[in-house]
Design a protein around this ligand. Sequence first.
Ligand code: SF4
Length: 311
Amino acid sequence: MRTYVFGPVPSRRLGISLGVDLTPTKTCSYDCIYCQLSRTRFHTAKRDRFCPPHDVVKELREVLGEIATPDWITFSGTGEPTLNIDMGFIIAELKKITQAPVCVITNSSLIHLEEVRNDLLLANRILPTLTTVRQSTFARIHRPAPGIELNDSLTGLKLFSEVFSGTIEIEIFVIPGINDSDEEIQGLHDFIETMPRISSIYLNTSVRAPLENEVATADQGRLDRFREKLNLKIPVSTVFEHNLIPPRPANWNRKNAGDEILKLLLRHPCNHEQICQVLGIESDRLTTIIEQLLHENQIMKQANGDYRLLD
Ligand code: SF4
């Protein structure tokens, strides 16, 4: 049974990605209204040692010995990875055992800390969140833990972009009526223009069940308008323009499908078809496994057809 490593899973932007989850479930510095997981259980701005770092490296070494080299090893999961004080050590050790590049998906809340920036410098690619430059909108969307300030995050992002030689792709989560007014977009434009070495912008929106009902989905037309108003010279793509599921590798390894389904649903509620696609399981076989997991009260089916873990 793996504890820290999940997948590999196909990812919209990362191809075949092996995930590393460095925090206990839903440990985060934010409690975003658009989060697809659940309310944040451990709301904290304090970096900590959440697990023995050598155990994470050992598990990564074992998994990497069993699978083909993934396109990316991605630090993300059920919380904010930069909260883990050992992230830099783990990335450095990982570099000794694999050629696979490392990506970190971060909410940017701690990037003003020099030690966090130093950890992130060890990665090859960073996907930081930036949804707004306005304090009131920031507080409404992210519901940050005490001590987290928007201005710190903006300063840290700018400092990091000045020294990082890898790829930075900013993710803007677009919520109609909340952060897509002309003023909001102009503020983002002005800030992003001050950041050197940004490779691209990714416009995301709620494509799965969000935490709060006030979060609507921005359709492609609305994202197109957002992109046009953003008016940047760097590439801007939208969630709908990326392939949902890249092809699976020939040696796709699914020894324990039930366990893999639970791990997938812990991070992403999915419907039947999505689980089939992501995990490469035949529909009939999945039906049998889902019925068993429902019977055992391990998962539930939501009104929109997505399955999610029961707490
Ligand atoms: S969306 Fe990400 S940053 Fe926001 S609460 Fe969920 S895990 Fe944390």
